[in-house]
Write a protein that binds this ligand. Structure first.
Ligand SMILES: Cc1cc2nc3c(=O)[nH]c(=O)nc-3n(C[C@H](O)[C@H](O)[C@H](O)COP(=O)(O)OP(=O)(O)OC[C@H]3O[C@@H](n4cnc5c(N)ncnc54)[C@H](O)[C@@H]3O)c2cc1C
Length: 458
C-alpha cells in the first residue's frame, strides 16, 4: 500500500478498464525496485488484471551532457533488465516524454508517473495532464516526507523545516511493499529506438556537450547504488558523524549521483541507515539526507526562479551589492576557474576532482564556491560561474540540491555573519578551513582518482 499523501490525481478522467495495460511513465525514479510509483502501477494493474508497460522518453534535458546521458542510459539498461525479470515491459523512445506518453496512453487503462520538482519536470507533467482522457496518478517517492506534508510554504532555513519534518518522518519512513506482477507483459511487444546494451553508441549520436565525458568512479545503476550503500554502512557510517567534514577521510556515502537519477530512492537509503545497527553517525546522516535534501526540494518547488541570482534573499543581495566594488585578492574568469588554473592548489584539486570524476566532497564544494564568489569580478558573475560549472561537471548536478546549495554560497538559507571585504555579511570561508583536515592528503587522493579516470576528462 502506498500512503495516500504520496498520491495525487493529475487528471479527473476515469480509469478505462478496456485498456491493454497500465502505463508507468518512468522519469524521476529510474529503477525497478524500491520505486513507489512502479509498485503503485503494478498494484493497479493486478486489480484490473492487466500487464504493466514502463515507458521512458529520451529528450533534451537542460544542461545535460555526455557524462549525464552515459550514466543515465547505463542505469536504464539495468532497469529494463530487472523489469523484464519482473514480467514488466519497457520501451524507450527518442521523444519528448509528454508526447510519447500521450501516444501510449491511448491504449492504457490509466497512467502513473513519479514526481519531479524542477521546472522542466513540472511542465512535462502539466502538459501531459492537459486534455488527457485517462486518469493520470502522480506518486511521490523521491522524498521521505511528501513535500506538501512537510510544509505548505517556502521555508526560510533548515531550522524552520527541521521540526516539521521530524514531527512526521517516522510515519513516512516505510518502504513501498514490493508487489508481484499477476499478469506478465508477454503479449506486449514494443520496440525501443535504441539498443540500450550499447550506451556509448547512443551517447555518441546525441547532440549534446560531448566534451564532458563519462566517468569510471561511479558505476551506474541500482545494483551499483545498493552495493555502494552497503559499503558505506559497513565501512563508513560509524565515522560519518565525526569525519564527514574531512574530505580526505572518504566517509561520505557517494549516494548523490544515484539519488539524482533515481537509481536509488531516499526512502531505501534512509531505512538502510536507520536499521543498520550502527549507532554513531545515523542522526547526522539522516539530517543531510532528509532535512537538507528536502529543504532544497522545498526551495526549488516554491521559488521557481531558483536558477537566477534574484532568488537570493534581499539582505544578501544588498550586502553583496554594497561590496561589489571591493578589491578582490585574485580575479579569475570562468575559463580559468574551469581549467583549475588558480593560484590555490587546494581549490585546483577540488576542480580536478569535479572535472575528472563528476563529484566533489561537500566540504570542498563549500570552499570551491565561496572562492568563486571572492575571486570573480562581481557576485552575479560568480553565481553564473558556480552554477554553470556545478551543473556541467557534477554527475549529481542539475538537481534541486545544485540550485539550492549554489544559492547557499550567496546567503540562501543562511543568516548574516560578521562583515568581510567582498562578502559583506554573507558567510565567508578562509584559510582556517585547512586547519581542520589534511588538505595535502586530499590533493593526493584527487590525483589518484583523476589518474584512474585516464586523460579524457582532464
Ligand atoms: C556549492 C555546493 C554545491 C552543491 N551541489 C550539489 C549538487 O549539484 N548536487 C547534489 O546532490 N548536492 C550538491 N551539494 C550538496 C552536497 O555537497 C552533496 O549532496 C554531497 O556532497 C553529495 O555527496 P554524498 O552523497 O557522498 O554525500 P553524503 O555526505 O554521504 O550525504 C548523503 C546525502 O545527503 C544529502 N546531502 C548531503 N549534504 C547536503 C547538503 N548540503 N544539502 C542538501 N543535501 C545534502 C545528499 O542527498 C547526499 O547524497 C552541493 C553543496 C555545495 C556546498
Amino acid at each position: 500500500m502506498i500512503q495516500t499523501a504520496r498520491l495525487r490525481n493529475l487528471t479527473d478522467a476515469p480509469v478505462r478498464s478496456e485498456g491493454r495495460y497500465v502505463l508507468y511513465w518512468m522519469q524521476a525514479a529510474q529503477r525497478a525496485h524500491g520505486n513507489a510509483a512502479l509498485e503503485y502501477a503494478i498494484a493497479q494493474a493486478n486489480e484490473l488484471d492487466l500487464p504493466v508497460l514502463v515507458a521512458f522518453g529520451l529528450t533534451g534535458f537542460p544542461e545535460a551532457n555526455a557524462r549525464h546521458y552515459d550514466f543515465m542510459l547505463r542505469g536504464l539498461a539495468e532497469a529494463k533488465r530487472l523489469l523484464t525479470r519482473r514480467g514488466i515491459a519497457f520501451v524507450l523512445k527518442k521523444q519528448p516524454p509528454e508526447a510519447l506518453i500521450r501516444t501510449l496512453a491511448a491504449d492504457a487503462a490509466l497512467v502513473v508517473c513519479d514526481r519531479g520538482y524542477l521546472k522542466v519536470q513540472r511542465t512535462w507533467r502539466a502538459k501531459l495532464a492537459d486534455g488527457l482522457d485517462r486518469r493520470l496518478v502522480q506518486v511521490e517517492g523521491e522524498v521521505v516526507v511528501p513535500i506538501d506534508v512537510a510544509s505548505a510554504k517556502h521555508e526560510y532555513a533548515a531550522r524552520t523545516i527541521r521540526p516539521r519534518i521530524h514531527r512526521v518522518w517516522d510515519e513516512y519512513l516505510r518502504p513501498p511493499e514490493e508487489v508481484a506482477v499477476r499478469r506478465p507483459a508477454t503479449e506486449l511487444a514494443f520496440e525501443s529506438d535504441f539498443d540500450l546494451d550499447r550506451p556509448e553508441a547512443i551517447v555518441a549520436g546525441l547532440k549534446v556537450d560531448q566534451a564532458v565525458g563519462a566517468v569510471k568512479r561511479f558505476p551506474a545503476g541500482e545494483t551499483a547504488a545498493r552495493a555502494q550503500l552497503e559499503r558505506f554502512l559497513r565501512q563508513h557510517l560509524a565515522r560519518y558523524g565525526d569525519e564527514r567534514g574531512k574530505p580526505e577521510a572518504g566517509v561520505a556515502s557517494l549516494m548523490s549521483p544515484y539519488l539524482h537519477f533515481g537509481q536509488i530512492g531516499p526512502l531505501e537509503v534512509a531505512l538502510a541507515v536507520r536499521d543498520s545497527g550502527v549507532s554513531e553517525g545515523v542522526a547526522t546522516y539522516l539530517e543531510e539526507l532528509i532535512v537538507r535534501r528536502e529543504l532544497a526540494i522545498n526551495h526549488v518547488f516554491h521559488a521557481t526562479n531558483y536558477d537566477s541570482y534574484e532568488v537570493l534573499p534581499d539582505w544578501a543581495r544588498r550586502t553583496l551589492a554594497d561590496h561589489a566594488g571591493d578589491e578582490r585578492p585574485y580575479l579569475y574568469s570562468r575559463a580559468q576557474f574551469e581549467a583549475g588554473a588558480t593560484h590555490d592548489p587546494y581549490w585546483n584539486a577540488a576542480m580536478l576532482e569535479m572535472r575528472a570524476t563528476g563529484y566533489m566532497h561537500n566540504h570542498m564544494r563549500m570552499y570551491w564556491g565561496k572562492k568563486i564568489l571572492q575571486w570573480s569580478t562581481g557576485p552575479e558573475e560568480a553565481f553564473e560561474t558556480a552554477l554553470g560549472l556545478n551543473n556541467r561537471w557534477f554527475l549529481d548536478g542539475r538537481d534541486p540540491n545544485s540550485f539550492t546549495n549554489v544559492g547557499w554560497l550567496f546567503g540562501l538559507h543562511d543568516r548574516p555573519w560578521g562583515p568581510q571585504p567582498v562578502f559583506g555579511t554573507v558567510r565567508s570561508m578562509g584559510a582556517n578551513t585547512f586547519k581542520k583536515f589534511d588538505a595535502p592528503a586530499y590533493v593526493r587522493e584527487v590525483e589518484r582518482l583523476a589518474a584512474a579516470e585516464g586523460d579524457q576528462t582532464r
